[in-house]
Write a protein that binds this ligand. Structure first.
Ligand code: 5GP
Ligand code: ZN
Length: 116
């Protein structure tokens, strides 16, 4: 995906503050953090969105999820964190390369969605 900003980060055409990398997965700090800890975990493979995942992504997605608690703890989320996958227009997705937000810090996060 030539013009995808996260693919450019994977290809090192755009710098990032990397916190983890393996053959298939990259994690880096969000450029506009919503909390003291806010990093993004992405597959190196371009997948537009959560609605585009396929059976053959099962292994990759499982590996991503398994990394979340270890990386969160490593980044200072000792007592919990929030994992968000914004999806599509209604979900407020801005970058159409699948990513998990991992958000936390020392203080309790605000409620995610206000009712009423
Ligand atoms: P979305 O709304 O698509 O779930 O979130 C996209 C996230 O990517 C936003 O939190 C935004 O701050 C972050 N972001 C956008 N461009 C860049 C970038 O070039 N580098 C980094 N590190 N984060 C980015
Ligand atoms: Zn991409």
């Amino acid at each position: 995906m030539d013009n995808c900003i996260f693919c450019k980060i994977v290809r090192k055409e755009i710098p990032c503050n990397k916190i983890y990398e393996n053959e298939d997965i990259l994690a880096f700090n969000d450029i506009n953090p919503a909390a003291p800890v806010h990093f993004l975990l992405i597959p190196k493979l371009h997948i537009d969105s959560l609605v585009d995942i396929q059976d053959n992504h099962q292994n990759l997605l499982g590996k991503m999820l398994l990394l979340v608690p270890d990386l969160a703890k490593e980044q200072g989320c000792e007592d919990g964190f929030r994992t968000i996958i914004n999806t599509g227009r209604v979900g407020g997705q801005e970058i159409f390369h699948l990513h998990f937000h991992i958000i936390g810090g020392r203080e309790r996060l605000p409620v995610m969605i206000h009712q009423g």
